[in-house]
Design a protein. Sequence first.
Length: 213
Amino acid sequence: MSLFVTFEGPEGSGKTTQIELLRDYLEERDYSVLATREPGGTIIGNQIRAILLDPQNTDMLPASEALLFSAARAQIVHQVIRPHLARGGIVLCDRYADSTLAYQGYGHGLGLEMLHTITALATAGLKPDLTVYLDIDVEEGLRRKLAAHEAGQTEWNRLDQQEAAFHRRVREGYLQMAAREPDRWLVIDATQPLEAIQVLIRARVEAKLAIRE
Ligand code: TYD
């Protein structure tokens, strides 16, 4: 019995903490859980990640971004995600193909249909069973991420440098995608207390697991 859950959300929405809490919760219930993140999660993926997030790569084209994120995705899907699902495990992934649609599509304006085609190649059609979207106002999200960076908790990457209008388009994109596929998406107001958010996520995950068992 496998389950593939992805987490999306703008900068500073608290995805990482929620993934860790959910992993601990599921492991206590004897599920085999693999938590990973994009871009990264494989040797090649981490090398691609370094190119993508390097603040010095200011001249990177949106098309290059889309292809590099997708290349890293192909590696992680093939080498990490599919094998764990095939063993009947649960995969929790920090970002997935919806990030490419949101950032490179809605954010940078690349054609969505083209991005769907590239994504189909990278993922061989693997879609999440559930996508948790932690929704937060753009200014508040950036403020949180900057604060975490100043406290030494996270890096400040090349995509964080984009202007607020870019991040607003990304958020709109996420909300549109979520509205189109309500069964797959769980949209949560990320300004709620951590524990309250985790309760909502667990309830939806439990419901998905119940259907599959
Ligand atoms: P990361 O440091 O993992 O940040 P976060 O905590 O926000 O997840 O950086 C990932 C960045 O890459 C983030 O700004 C979103 C962006 N991104 C894309 O633009 N397209 C993609 O397909 C993916 C996976 C991420």
